[in-house]
Write a protein that binds this ligand. Sequence first.
Ligand code: GTP
Ligand code: MG
Length: 449
Amino acid sequence: MALESLSKALSGALSKVSRSSVVDRDVIKEVVKDIQRALLMADVNVQLVLDVTKTIEKRALEEKVPPGVSRKEHIIRIVYEEITKFLGETSEKVNLKSSGTSVLLMVGIQGSGKTTTTGKLARYFQKKGFKVGIVCTDTWRPGAYYQLKQYVEPVNIDVWGDPDEESATRLAREGVTHFKEKKYDIVIVDTAGRHKDETGLIEEMREIADAVHPDETVLVIDGTIGQQAQHQAKAFKQATELGSIIITKLDGSAKGGGALSAVAATGAPIKFIGEGERIENIEKFSPEQFVAKLLGFGDLKTLLDKVKDASKEQEFSQKDAQKMLSGKFTLKDMYQQLEMLSNMGPMQQIFQMIPGMGANLPSEFVEASEENLAKYKVIMNSMTERELKDPKVIHFSRVKRIARGSGTSQEDVKGLLNQYDAMKKMMKQMGKRKMGKMGMPGMFKNMKF
Ligand SMILES: Nc1nc2c(ncn2[C@@H]2O[C@H](COP(=O)(O)OP(=O)(O)OP(=O)(O)O)[C@@H](O)[C@H]2O)c(=O)[nH]1
Ligand SMILES: [Mg+2]
């Protein structure tokens, strides 16, 4: 995993809490010192380190331990919460259009990992069922076009480019037009990294952006530069409203924690991280999951915490849950469920954490990517209130109309309805099983399942 050394140091600090028979002031102070050292080693800004550890210490010493939780658990939770906070808390989605072709523009200084990340991102979206094309506008680096082609060829992703063309802007415009005409879902435009500093970077970004009107501009930052990443992120954030950041090379970099926290501090959203040279080495960045892994719990406990937080936002009553488990489950309910789950990260992972569930999930459910959610929203907006409550009434002619009204295809509408059927069936089954033996009734009570 990313940031191995930081992870080891932090989980080492926390294991002191677990090992001590009493968790008193001395133990807390010692643990806080260890955390401080670990964060500083990872090149996290000194002031940030002082602030976060001060908060941890204060909370650990002063807060009353809630009933049903041990003092150790309480402290571990505080550390988890505070470190998550300083990494930005929420995970954000890529800005994709609900219909038509979305354009992503990749920028970043030389060698930051743009080309590699372009391929990884294309693969990521391809796996989610999107048709993705790549445009190579790098007219500077010899072989740039072939580098990209070679990288994505094994996974059958198309690359538009022309090694003999000299104008990057022309390539960008022509490439995007080409993929739009072919009705691709996403086009990712890779750019040259010839600029040495932020100013050069921003200039080129503006030029190409004027030509292709990206839905999102993505800054790729090399994570090995540690907290210096902040300058790039700041300049970028000021220059674009549609910007997100991907931090690369977090595998084996001792300074990755510094890069992540410095960028998070600017408020620019980090959406993915790169953890290796291979095309699959990309991960959606979710501070909560990331910190859970960093501290060494990728398990049910994390899930339960998340579920608790998520249900705070969308209060579900016991009555709702009973209603759904008895089979009264509307399209709106489904949408809410999917939205909530997508806030917690990839569903397959979530479900794998629940004992006994991962294996027999209907594939329609697992495939419910957040990108699909945007589409579902538009489709559902074209339905009547009655249809939303009882999708059984939707017949073929309505499917056609709804597709037309929402600018989607009949397959899309049917896809939504199929997924609804699958989930409804599952709800019913779960209602029968009640999930009691898994020790999860609390979760499902809160979650409307
Ligand atoms: N270990 C590791 N290496 C990476 C990662 N991402 C990119 N690299 C490597 O970093 C080097 C530069 O990556 P490129 O993708 O070519 O960078 P670029 O920004 O396109 O470079 P220019 O086009 O020259 O500006 C390559 O050797 C990549 O294999 C990562 O997440 N981890
Ligand atoms: Mg490149």
